[in-house]
Ligand binder design. Structure first.
Ligand code: FAD
Length: 452
């Protein structure tokens, strides 16, 4: 009988265990459901989804079926229509996704058709790696060690020839959205091409270059990983194959890259065990912290008009490109939580709206890490200095000039301190909205009060 593969965060045909399982059992009906729940996503993520689906439609030789509506209605209808033997999925691990899958499994019970999960969007499925006593990890480094020891499967073998079910009509792809965001790596072939190019050479310097937003020193795999157009297992296997042929310094970069992939897995594990930490403080340490309500300063932060060049460059990169460099994600998040004294979910929501790679687990726990409310809590008293961060990680000022045209007339690192230059504000760049030294003191005194 026909096998339905319901695609979600796994929009690819390579290294896809659920698709392989379906193909081994019969003809495959590839399905994607545009769930009304997805409509909250911003323009970059919606358009990225469209690109990923276009590629999936070609990869399935046009057989991909698109439907709109609630999965627990659509799937039983299709099961009846094609007399399907099973519905295959990559297991979902987010709180909302798990609830939805449980509803679909229940709706399928009356047809006696199983919802079969094979694999997840992670190399090691969330919930698998645990401490000796069975408890989940709360700190990254021991998680990373245990995760490596646990290991992962080899990439899935896919069939040489596909047999698709073709008798079913499809609705249209999601509509095309106008955006300047950089989304080309959302589709499977482009994501793999980018990865091969990165693996060829740039990855050798990753350890040093990854902190420099002025360079193209990171993989840009986050968007492919978000939509599952690449699987981390594929990346990990390629790293393993390439490592023996590289220098010791390059191998250090490989380990660093592996650790960054493990951060993604760690945060998914944290969310799996603590679904409430998606939108509430993970830890109790700052429960009594007094916060401000978002107002004009929050608006200035969102628009990239705080008067702090490195912060503004980051916020404008987010709006322009649908992506922000990790170093600057940390800095802008620190500025919102510690200089403006706002609770982290306000910023997390804004990021999710605009990031093409916006991911509940990585984003919201990344925010909590910076805010000092999360796992591994970075000590709350570590407040990023926006000027020093700029001078250190954008030493020539190129990143700021790329995103802040009002400062392009300043040469080199001068862009980081327009207030020191007579013509610093001659092209309309805004004055600083706060005094960083003062807000740092304020953040620390709030902390003392919260602890007392
Ligand atoms: P690379 O440096 O090439 O890293 C390779 C991969 O490792 C990334 O694609 C990503 O999957 C993973 N990774 C790297 N760093 C982290 C990290 N700190 N946490 C989790 N995974 C990581 N990442 C997202 O994918 N989606 C988000 O919504 C998101 N929001 C973030 C919000 C904040 C406040 C912070 C501090 C970080 C956030 N990150 C998020 C993590 C990180 O910034 C991005 O994964 C990274 O910038 C993506 O670029 P890249 O693929 O070139 O990264």
């Amino acid at each position: 009988p026909a096998q339905i593969v319901w695609f979600r965060r796994d929009l690819r045909v390579r290294d896809h265990p659920a698709l392989a399982a379906a193909a081994a059992a019969g003809d495959v009906l590839p399905l994607f459901i545009i769930d009304p729940a997805f409509e909250g996503a911003g323009v970059p993520r919606s358009q990225a989804l469209r690109l990923a689906l276009e590629a999936l439609r070609s990869a399935t030789d046009g057989a991909l079926v698109i439907r709109r509506g609630s999965p627990e209605q659509i799937i039983p209808e299709l099961v009846r229509e094609v007399d399907a033997g099973a519905v295959h999925i990559s297991g979902e691990t987010t709180p909302g996704g798990r609830r939805r899958d449980a509803r679909v499994a229940r709706a399928l019970e009356e047809f006696d058709v199983p919802l079969v999960p094979t694999g997840t969007p992670y190399a090691v499925s969330p919930g698998r790696v645990r401490k000796g006593d069975g408890d989940p990890f709360r700190v990254f480094t021991p998680f990373f060690r245990a995760w490596r020891e646990h290991g992962w499967r080899a990439p899935a073998q896919m069939p040489e020839r596909w047999r698709w079910v073709r008798s079913i009509e499809s609705e249209d792809l999601p509509e095309e959205r106008e955006t300047d965001a950089r989304l080309e790596w959302a589709a499977e072939p482009q994501a793999l091409k980018r990865w091969q190019e990165f693996l060829e050479e740039p990855i050798n310097d990753y350890d040093a270059a990854r902190d420099r937003p002025d360079l193209d020193g990171t993989s840009r795999m986050s968007i492919g990983l978000k939509f599952g157009t690449v699987h981390p297992r594929t990346l990990l296997a390629d790293l393993e194959d390439a490592a023996p042929h590289r220098s010791p310094a390059a191998r250090q970069s490989f380990t660093r890259f592996q650790a960054e992939l493990a951060w993604r897995e760690f945060y998914a594990d944290v969310l799996w065990h603590h679904p409430a930490s998606a939108w509430q403080d993970y830890g109790d340490q700052l429960r009594a912290m007094p916060y401000e309500e978002p107002g004009e300063e929050f608006d200035a932060w969102r628009a990239g008009r705080t008067g702090f060049p490195m912060v503004d460059a980051g916020m404008r990169q987010l709006l322009g490109e649908g992506w922000m460099h990790n170093r600057v994600r940390m800095l802008t998040a620190s500025f919102m939580t510690k200089d403006l004294h706002l609770w982290w979910p306000h910023g997390a929501k804004h990021f999710l709206q605009h990031l093409a790679d916006g991911d509940l687990a990585s984003n919201n726990h990344g925010w909590q890490w910076v805010a000092g409310t999360g796992t591994d809590a970075s000590p709350y008293f570590r407040v990023f200095n926006p000027v020093l961060q700029g001078q250190k990680f954008d030493p020539r000022g190129d990143y700021v000039r790329r995103w802040v045209p009002e400062l392009r007339h300043l040469a080199g690192a001068a862009v980081h301190e327009p207030w020191k230059h007579e013509d610093g504000y001659s092209h309309g760049y805004p004055q600083r909205i706060v005094d960083h030294a003062e807000e740092r003191r304020e953040a620390l005194s709030r902390l003392e009060a919260a602890k007392a």
